[in-house]
Design a binder for this molecule. Structure first.
Ligand code: NAD
Length: 262
């Protein structure tokens, strides 16, 4: 039986891609689309997704349509409200919205008792694997650097994924070689220092989407792990996987690792 899905943020860049992906999956059915800034509009005209729905104001739209899983790609403040609604109404939630902190996660763990919630800061399966591979390799390489490359509209640096990667590498290895650089001809030439002192270099270039390389070096050899997201469709296999898995994962699940069996 198909899973009935509602999408919060349906008119946004990620939301419309999710609507499209849900509609194209025979195991899922798009039954509700919510976006307060596009309320009342025909989903087809706003997103181009060929589905006969009107965009609703809030969770009530999901309740009327009988959605059992909600997907949220909105803004942190909106997601907090939407997730409270999901928890109170027994609707499972799959959350990609960024900007939720540790306090939010603690709260989500306490409120999702009658339905479940999956929060993933990165739904690209390749990026999740890249982080896991970097974590596995870290103890075997005394030097490592991360280069993250993004489009030229990204306003923060380094990326959350780069920080998370460095954090996971630092957590499993403390044997990092000291940096011998004493003469910094140009300030910042050695990048910023992430967790464990791992250098992180941020590239911002028009035409790029989201890319990352983890370079690890030891005697006579190096290992490079690279992931590229070419467009928003790269996140959809992970989102769809989470939508299908969330009903079987009691409480709060953070990250796709557990769902991928890593
Ligand atoms: P966007 O601005 O294009 O879309 C956000 C949409 O949410 C807008 O249409 C807005 O009207 C709507 N919205 C705002 N408040 C709402 C609410 N309370 N209820 C319902 N809808 C609401 O942004 P985007 O590029 O689609 O990104 C959305 C979020 O997804 C961001 O936080 C972004 O960082 C995150 N993101 C996560 C991943 C991941 O893999 N986890 C990947 C890409 C983007």
């Amino acid at each position: 039986m198909a899973i009935d899905v509602g999408v919060f943020g349906a008119a946004g860049r990620m939301g419309r891609t999710v609507c499209e992906a849900v509609c194209a999956d025979p195991e899922l059915r798009l039954v509700a689309a919510v976006d307060p800034y596009h309320e009342g509009l025909d989903l087809r005209s706003v997103t181009g997704v060929d589905c006969d729905l009107h965009i609703g104001l809030d969770g009530g739209t999901l309740a009327e349509a009988g959605a059992t899983v909600a997907v949220d790609f909105t803004v942190a403040a909106g997601a907090r409200e939407n997730l409270h609604w999901c928890a109170e109404n027994g609707v499972h939630a799959v959350v990609g919205t960024t900007g939720l902190g540790e306090e939010d996660l603690t709260e989500l763990a306490s409120i999702f008792t009658s339905s479940n919630c999956v929060v993933a800061p990165n739904f690209a399966i390749g990026a999740v694997l890249m982080m896991r591979f970097a974590e596995l390799a870290a103890p075997w390489f005394p030097t490592a650097e991360i280069i993250e490359l993004h489009h030229d509209l990204k306003v923060d640096a380094p990326s959350g994924t780069a920080m998370l990667t460095a954090g996971r590498m630092a957590a499993v290895s403390s044997g990092w070689a000291p940096d011998p650089t004493v003469d910094h001809v140009v300030e910042g030439a050695r990048g910023g220092r992430g967790p464990g002192g791992i250098p992180i270099h941020s590239v911002r270039l028009r035409g790029l989407v989201a890319h990352q390389e983890v370079l690890l070096g030891t005697t006579g050899q190096s290992l490079t792990i690279r992931h590229d997201s070419f467009d928003r469709s790269s996140y959809m296999p992970g989102v769809l996987l989470a939508v299908k898995a969330v009903g079987e994962r009691p409480g709060l699940t953070v990250g796709l690792d557990a769902i991928l069996g890593l």
